[in-house]
Design a protein. Sequence first.
Length: 569
Amino acid sequence: MPTPADLVLYGGTVLTMDAAFSRAEALALRGGRVLAAGSEAEIRALTGPRTTTVDLAGRTALPGINDSHLHAAAFGASRPPHSLDCGSAAVSSLAGLAEAVRERAAALRPGTWLTGSGWDPGYLAECRADPRRHPTAADLDAASPSHPVALTDFSGHNVLLNSRAMERAGITRHTPVPPGGVIERHPDGTPTGLLRESAKDLGYAAVPAMTGEQRESAIRTAVRLCHAEGITSLTEPGLGPGGTSLFLGAAHTDTLRAYARLAAAGELGVRVSVLLLPLEMGGAASGLPERLAELEGICADADPRLLNVLGVKLFADGIPPARTAWMHEPYEESAGGGRGGLCLHGHSHAQQVGELREIVRYAHAAGHQLGVHITGDAGIDAVVDAFTEAQLEHPRPDARHYLIHGDFASPRALRTLAAHGWGANMNPGVKDTVADLMVGVAGPERAAYQWPVRDAVAAGIAVTASSDAPVTHPDWRRGVASMMLRESRASGRVSGPEQRVGLETALRAYTTHAARQDFAETWKGTLTSGAAADVCVVDGDLPHAGPHEIAELPVALTVFDGEIVHDAR
């Protein structure tokens, strides 16, 4: 008799996510790999006296979820007790935001920094009523007279400072705006406290840096939360000197070192793919070689199936809700108009496009995969053109570059991406969060088109889906439901039904396609013989559940590398 299985799951449905989207009755795991998936009788024959058996009792097993764009360290650092959660349901108005700050401040020693994250203008009553209304320092000052306060928004692209924090950071009416940034100002020229894109670095620079112990604690917190969501793989999208102030420093090079330490100690508990972030927003292409050299070898001793550096992250523009995404046509006049722009080095579009091409050219020629944060249609066209130029100059057969977000990718851009095997990493959890807000910002037609998943799939792109946590909670079931429904979470209003996709496509975005983005489709992302023994079990009949039911399915069990790491019982 062959060596028996270590763990057997039986009595339910196993979605193998193979090419045929096959289903099995049971699953056997051994030595950190899938031994077999098949009928219950076939799999029971592989049990022995030391085999652990789990009765699925009608539940569904599928490959461990791969959240392919999740700022895990920042996600952990944004959760209590590390930071104030400003995105909870209770924070639905500016008064509620001030009250949350007041309660947190009461527990801190006077003079210490109060940090938080998650506020969303789409959920703040005053901002919903008037798209031009934004939070200001004045909304926080009375609640925190003795504490400097820095609150990052849900997207990570904006930070709100109170007056004391602006004093600590030295931000005045005379403070110059860094390239690619925006300092919101009152009519008299004084800063409001709201800093956008690269300008937020002015505030973050005054906040004390995280310690190595705090970084490891934040990662452990994130991994624990990921296990509870069935997530066994993730992409940490941007760690390096360019992340010195991103997410209050949680994206700094020291976080990459913290990952390396945890991996070396066998304490990581999740498979992490890394994009390096050598340049800050507005950083010059001329600094790229030296910055990449600084990062070389940090993870060299790690098992690449646990921690693997795959490429380079670049911030190319902002985000549509803040009107900092570079668009061909202006935003709605009621939202302030304008067309946004690139957040790259230079003082004109021509200079910034030149920087974009140079960064892409260098990283591509050096053999890196490129993940480019780009959201506006004009920006996306520029990025895809830069990919194409780099490929023509230095042909590579399988670079797998991809757009990060790709909100308004044009049909031409989608066709070009597909032709080269490049990808698009989209965010369905963000779609159902901002759908209503975007109607007032970009107009109903563009808001409906935002994140054109179906068009991308039809073009031949292996679309991946991700939470972008801490932007949204890493709840892949809600993401799957959003891809199938295209509904606003707040109002239930449908936004772009022509971009809906079916269950198989949505699940592949979190499993097989995500594994392909990692160059790992030969060994993870399925429950086929020899694949990684990473499994997510949901408490329900997933293949026969409707989208609204899928959104509510609890994660019952998570298996990582053959070991049960989460059990909801």
